[in-house]
Every structure is written in structure tokens, then in C-alpha cells.
Design a protein around this ligand. Structure first.
Ligand code: ADP
Length: 237
């Protein structure tokens, strides 16, 4: 009997989670689809004669399509991950070299490597870089455009510490525990981005999955209005 109630509770929980998920996805798709519909209607009505309007429409439609694409890619990634269909190719990696090259390719003048200790880890380099992208994108996105984002790599006997330090909007104590949940975004972040940039609240969920597969621990230290530091503790070989 007890087991029956427990099972029922689990089924209800799964149902509610699924319902919330469908609700979140629908909500995230609604905005870009509304923008696309709106601009297509305008183009239909006024034609392509107005070159400025035409350019604005094409830019917005393209951006909305990109947002939908990145949402769908993150969802597919998490679906494969949930079903255990996301294999990793682990191999020894010189983390300092990977990081240096990664930041060079990232090509943002705001990103500064302030410490770079040599160290070696076991990693799937492609997934690892995807995880780095999530932290770096956020650090840049949620801080003023004229502030630097620092990246520090230090190494001790059996672990390395990789830090992403920004002087941005910060995260409240309460939110720190929730930002890795799927679709979670803080109110501060919503206000800052104000619909302009793509943000669906899945980047850190994907990053956390990759971190877990690498036995990486993530710690967040942040103060509202002052900035955030994400520290990854990574086992070395
Ligand atoms: P998003 O696509 O919204 O950035 P993420 O999963 O990457 O989704 O992050 C979830 C939320 O965590 C963000 O919406 C933001 O509220 C908060 N967040 C993440 N990184 C930072 C940061 N460096 N500074 C402030 N807030 C952050």
C-alpha cells in the first residue's frame, strides 16, 4: 500500500515535471515565432520596397530563427543526455593549452587569462569546450560591455581550479541554487537582456551535465551588483 502511494506520488511528480517542461518550451518558442510572424506580415503588406524596413525584418527574422535553433539544439542535447545516448570520448588533454587556444578562438577583447598553470586532465575536448562557452558567454552577457572577464587556471597536486570572474549584475544567494535548473533565469538577467539577446536558461544545465561527466565540481560565489565567480574544480592526471 505504502509503495503504491509512493509510486503514485512519483507518477504525479513526473507528470507535473513534463507539464512544466512543455509549458516552458512552448513559452520560449512563442516569442521568436511571434516576431517572425509579425515581420512576415509587415513584409507582405508593405512589400520589399522600403529597403530599411526590409533589412530590419530580415535581421530580426534571422535572429529569431537562430534563437529557436539554439533552443532546439540544447533540448536535443539534454534529451540525448537524459537517455544516456550522449557518448563522451575521454582522452588526456593539456588543459592550459586547450584553454589558451579556446580563448584565442573566442576572440573577445574582454576576456583575459590572468593565470595559466600547466596541467593535464582526462576530458572530451569538444564537450569541455562547449562547457567553457556556457560560462564565458554568461560572464560576458551579464556584465557591462566595458568590463573585462578574467579566466584563471591554477593547479595543485590532484586538481586544477578554473575560475571565470566577472564584474557584472551578480546573482542572489537564493538564485545561486537554482541557476542550473532547466529554463531558470533570474529576474535581473531578464531585465538586463530585455529580449534583445538569446537566453533560454539552458546553458548552465548543459554545462552541469558535462561537468558531472568529468567529475568537475562547480562553485558559485556572487554578490548582487558586484559580480560573480564560477569556480570549477577539475581532477588532474
Ligand atoms: P541563459 O541562456 O539564460 O544565460 P543559463 O542556463 O546559462 O541560461 O543561465 C541561467 C541563469 O543564470 C541566467 O539566466 C542568469 O540569470 C544566471 N547567470 C548565469 N551566469 C551568470 C553570471 N555570470 N552573472 C549573472 N547571472 C548569471
Amino acid at each position: 500500500m505504502r509503495l503504491g502511494i509512493k509510486r503514485q506520488g512519483k507518477a504525479t511528480e513526473n507528470f507535473l515535471r513534463q507539464q512544466r517542461f512543455v509549458n516552458d518550451v512552448s513559452h520560449e518558442l512563442r516569442t521568436p515565432l511571434t516576431i517572425i510572424r509579425g515581420y512576415v506580415d509587415i513584409l507582405e503588406r508593405y512589400g520589399a520596397q522600403d529597403s530599411e524596413l526590409f533589412r530590419e525584418a530580415v535581421t530580426s527574422i534571422k535572429k529569431s530563427a537562430q534563437n529557436m535553433q539554439s533552443l532546439v539544439e540544447s533540448l536535443l542535447f539534454l534529451a540525448r543526455a537524459d537517455q544516456g545516448r550522449q557518448p563522451l570520448n575521454m582522452a588526456p588533454v593539456e588543459l592550459d593549452e586547450l584553454l589558451k587556444k579556446f580563448v584565442e578562438d573566442f576572440a573577445s577583447t574582454r576576456v583575459q587569462i590572468t593565470k595559466l598553470a600547466p596541467c593535464k586532465i582526462m576530458a572530451d575536448a569538444e564537450f569541455f569546450k562547449q562547457m567553457l562557452t556556457a560560462f564565458l558567454d554568461n560572464a560576458l552577457r551579464y556584465s557591462p560591455p566595458d568590463t573585462p572577464v578574467k579566466v584563471e587556471l591554477t593547479a595543485a597536486a590532484s586538481e586544477a581550479k578554473l575560475k571565470f570572474i566577472d564584474k557584472g549584475i551578480g546573482i542572489s544567494k537564493e538564485d545561486c541554487g537554482k541557476i542550473f535548473d532547466r529554463f531558470y533565469r533570474t529576474d535581473k538577467a531578464r531585465t538586463k537582456l530585455n529580449g534583445g539577446e538569446s537566453s533560454v536558461g539552458l546553458g548552465l544545465s548543459v554545462a552541469k551535465w558535462i561537468a558531472d561527466r568529468h567529475d568537475i565540481e562547480i562553485a558559485v560565489k556572487s554578490k548582487l551588483g558586484e559580480g560573480s565567480t564560477f569556480t570549477l574544480t577539475i581532477p588532474t592526471i
